[in-house]
Design a protein around this ligand. Structure first.
Ligand code: GUN
Length: 286
C-alpha cells in the first residue's frame, strides 16, 4: 500500500493565510504591523535560502521583514550590540539569528541575549521553561509545525506511541515535550532515540508515529518501520545537489500509512509557525 503523502506546503499556505488575516486585524485595531528582524551572519548558501524564504513569507502575510546580513568576520561583541539595539527598538517584535553562526561566535551567548519577549525561535531558557511547564509564550517552530501537521491531517496522537529520532535542542527535545503535553496533538507515549540508542529498529518498529530529526540522510529504512506507521521527516540533508530527508522515502512510503516529503513537508510548516510567533510577539505589545 502506498502511503498518503502529507502536503506540508498546502497546510503552511493555509496557516499563513490565517496569520495574514490576523495581522491585518492587528493593524486595523492597534496600528501595529508585526515586524521580524533576521540576522544572517556569514555566507552559508543554505542559510541564505532559508532566510529569503522567511522574508518572502513575512511580506506575503503583510508583516514587516528586515534582514540584516553581516560579514563572516563579525565578532560576537558586534552581534551582541545589534541584538541589544533590536531588543530596545519598540518597532521590532521578533528577532531571529539564523544558525549556524561563524565559529568565533558562541551561539548560546547570542540566543540568551535576545529579549524573551522577542524570542520567536523559542530558544531562550525562559521560553523553553514556560513551554516545558505547559504554559507557553512562544512555540518551538519546527516541533509545533510537526504537531500542527498531524492535527490538521486528523492523525490522533492520544495514547499513541510516538518515537522521536534525535535529541537536538531545536527539534528532538522540544518535539518530545510537545507530544507528552496534555491536550490536542499531545497525550502520546513518547520514546526518544538518538545516536547512542541500541537496537534502534526494534524500538522504531513499535512506533505508531515516527518523527525523524537526526540529521543523517536516509537513515530510516524499510526495516525500521511497521505497516501503517505515520512517518514525519524533519531531515534536510544536502547530498550533492539534492535535498534528502532522514528517511528513505521510496522504501518508507511502501510501508507507512502517511509520510511527509522532503522538500515540501515539515520545512514550510516551520516558517508558518515562525510567523505565528512573530504575530504573538506583536500582540504582546498592544
Ligand atoms: N537554522 C536552522 N534551523 C533554524 C531555526 O529554526 N532557527 C534558527 N535561528 N536558525 C536555524
Amino acid at each position: 500500500m502506498a502511503a498518503r503523502v502529507i502536503d506540508g506546503k498546502a497546510h503552511a499556505l493555509a496557516i499563513r493565510q490565517e496569520y495574514a488575516v490576523a495581522a491585518a486585524e492587528l493593524v486595523r485595531a492597534h496600528g501595529v504591523t508585526p515586524h521580524l528582524v533576521v540576522a544572517l551572519v556569514g555566507d552559508d548558501p543554505a542559510s541564505a535560502v532559508y532566510v529569503k524564504n522567511k522574508q518572502i513569507a513575512c511580506e506575503k502575510a503583510g508583516f514587516r521583514s528586515t534582514v540584516t546580513t553581516l560579514p563572516a568576520s563579525t565578532s560576537q561583541a558586534e552581534l551582541l550590540d545589534r541584538v541589544a539595539a533590536w531588543n530596545a527598538d519598540a518597532s521590532v517584535h521578533g528577532i531571529l539569528v539564523q544558525l549556524p553562526v561563524p565559529k568565533q561566535i558562541e551561539p548560546q551567548a547570542v540566543l540568551d541575549a535576545i529579549s524573551p519577549l522577542k524570542d520567536v525561535d523559542c530558544f531562550h531558557p525562559e521560553n523553553v521553561g514556560l513551554m516545558v511547564q505547559g504554559r507557553p509564550r512562544f512555540m518551538p517552530c519546527t516541533p509545533y509545525g510537526v504537531q500542527q501537521l498531524l492535527i490538521r491531517e486528523g492523525i490522533e496522537t492520544a495514547g499513541k506511541h510516538v518515537v522521536v529520532l534525535g535529541r537536538s535542542e531545536i527539534v528532538g527535545k522540544p518535539q518530545a515535550l510537545l507530544f507528552m503535553q496534555k491536550g490536542l496533538g499531545g497525550d502520546a507515549t513518547v520514546t526518544v532515540c538518538h545516536s547512542r540508542t541500541r537496537n534502534l529498529a526494534a524500538i522504531t518498529q513499535t512506533a505508531d508515529i515516527l518523527v525523524a530529526a537526526i540529521g543523517q540522510p536516509e537513515l530510516v529504512r524499510r526495516e525500521h518501520l511497521s505497516p501503517g506507521v505515520v512517518v514525519i521527516d524533519v531531515g534536510t540533508n544536502r547530498v550533492g545537489d539534492k535535498l534528502v530527508g532522514d528517511v528513505h522515502f521510496a522504501e518508507a512510503s511502501e510501508v507507512a500509512s502517511a509520510i511527509t516529503p522532503v522538500p515540501g513537508g515539515v520545512g514550510p510548516m516551520t516558517i508558518a509557525m515562525l510567523l505565528g510567533n512573530t504575530l504573538r510577539a506583536a500582540k504582546l505589545t498592544v
